[in-house]
Write a protein that binds this ligand. Structure first.
Ligand code: PEP
Length: 252
């Protein structure tokens, strides 16, 4: 059975003290919950991974990285490899976030390499994709999403998909306060599951968790998460406040 996941992407927010404080608050609040089939993930910036790993040690809260480089090692000043992440104890990495695609020139081809490098290092990948507003307006959103998934992931063997989580994040809904309606999210998630089933098998499609991301907050999470093919959320702004984030975890 696929898992429900609430993953908080802290982006370039929180210094080390603030990160530890937020992690401690999340841990304390999550402790009370019977999480059953739900995973809770926080994603601090690289420099705060170790501190947050320590703060969450022994708790149900997992820690993921926001990005990594595709090369094993070498002259890539300022970059972080998959091995560096796993050697810290990180088990999951976000790849393909729209901010990485837009501001850092990450193409589908680069992302396919990053996915390979992550999987080779036994990292689970939360793979992000989603259309911009013009694509949605011109009704090209299904094509865009299909091509991002195809180019980034469809070279993988079916067996690799146990380490893939999908995150549909319409760019027009990220950090804008604009949310896809629960029906729009469900429609796209069902489409994604269909293309994965067509490429692989129904079993692969049924087992992959598909998260929705884009201005999810306590006031709209319940309705979005209740949709059949929505298995949780990738959360930006609301993940920076422990009460809001934990309220999202409670929304299932
Ligand atoms: C994100 O950046 O992945 C995101 C969903 O951000 P927000 O929740 O702030 O829209």
């Amino acid at each position: 059975m696929r898992k429900q996941i609430v993953a908080g992407n802290w982006k370039m927010n929180k210094n080390v003290q603030e990160s530890i404080k937020l992690a401690n608050e999340v841990v304390a609040n999550v402790k009370e919950l019977a999480l059953n089939n739900t995973r809770v993930i926080v994603t601090p910036t690289f420099v705060n991974l170790s501190s947050v790993l320590k703060a969450t040690e022994g708790s149900a809260v997992e820690v993921a990285a926001q990005n990594m480089h595709q090369a094993k090692s070498g002259a890539f000043t300022g970059e972080i490899s998959a091995d560096m992440l796993t050697s810290l104890g990180i088990k999951t990495v976000i790849l393909g976030h729209s901010e990485r695609r837009e501001y850092f020139g990450e193409t589908d081809a680069i992302l396919a390499e990053k996915v390979n490098a992550a999987l080779e290092n036994k990292l689970e990948v939360i793979f992000c994709f989603g259309e911009v507003l013009e694509d949605r307006k011109s009704e090209n959103h299904f094509n865009v999403v299909e091509s991002q998934i195809k180019n980034g992931l469809f070279h993988l063997e079916a067996s690799a998909w146990k380490n893939i989580v999908l995150a549909y994040e319409p760019v027009w809904a990220i950090g804008t306060g604009e949310t896809a309606s629960p029906e729009q999210a469900q429609e796209m998630h069902a489409f994604i599951r269909k293309i994965v089933a067509n490429k692989y098998t129904k079993e692969v499609a049924e087992n992959v968790s598909i998260l929705y991301g884009g201005s999810v907050k306590p006031s709209n999470a319940k309705e979005i998460f209740s949709k059949e093919d929505v298995d949780g959320g990738l959360i930006g702004g609301a993940a920076l406040n422990a009460n809001d984030f934990v309220a999202l975890v409670k929304s299932f």
